[in-house]
Design a protein. Structure first.
Length: 167
């Protein structure tokens, strides 16, 4: 049996023994890789934490915006019920101005109403409370909107309450 050279001596386990410089370089590379993994893990943690914080803040504001829609509905009904003779009264104009400000605020937060009448019933956007037979419309078409539906950015904040044709 021949003896291995000192450069590549074999240890008792069978692995080649490295010179001190190669061993130090290998350890350095392992430490750098470990540091890079830790730095990447920390960056991912910070990103996930920021996204979670933003999502929670968004949910809190969505809850408030959802509750605000009831006020918008009430103002709209009040303005629709004003008799023609009183439409020019200052207090009616004041209520209309409040309604415009509220709608502007909702829009600035990404909340917009969507139309339902004449569209096909979509259970993601509509909540049907009645089916109307012999309406003269195609089956599944929304024929009456009882409560307006609202979106927040690209999602439904509140579905529209509708009646659907059933022929």
């Amino acid at each position: 049996m021949t003896q291995p050279t000192t450069e590549s001596e074999v240890t008792e386990q069978g692995a080649p023994e490295l010179d001190p410089l190669a061993a130090a370089l290998l350890e350095r590379d392992e430490q750098i890789a470990a540091h890079q993994r830790t730095a990447a893990d920390f960056a991912n943690f910070r990103r996930r934490t920021a996204e979670e914080r933003e999502r929670e803040a968004g949910l809190a504001s969505e809850t408030l915006l959802f509750k605000t829609l009831a006020v918008a509905d009430d103002l709209e009904r009040a303005l629709a019920a004003v008799p023609e003779g009183l439409a020019a009264e200052p207090w009616v104009e004041g209520v209309a101005a409040i309604n415009r400000k509220l709608l502007s605020l909702l829009e600035s937060e990404g909340v917009t109403p969507f139309e339902s009448v004449g569209k096909a019933f979509d259970p993601r956007e509509h909540e049907a409370i009645a089916q109307v037979p012999e309406s003269g419309k195609p089956a599944g078409e929304v024929i009456t909107e009882h409560r307006k539906g609202w979106r927040i950015r690209d999602r439904i904040l509140r579905p529209a309450v509708v009646s659907v044709a059933n022929d």
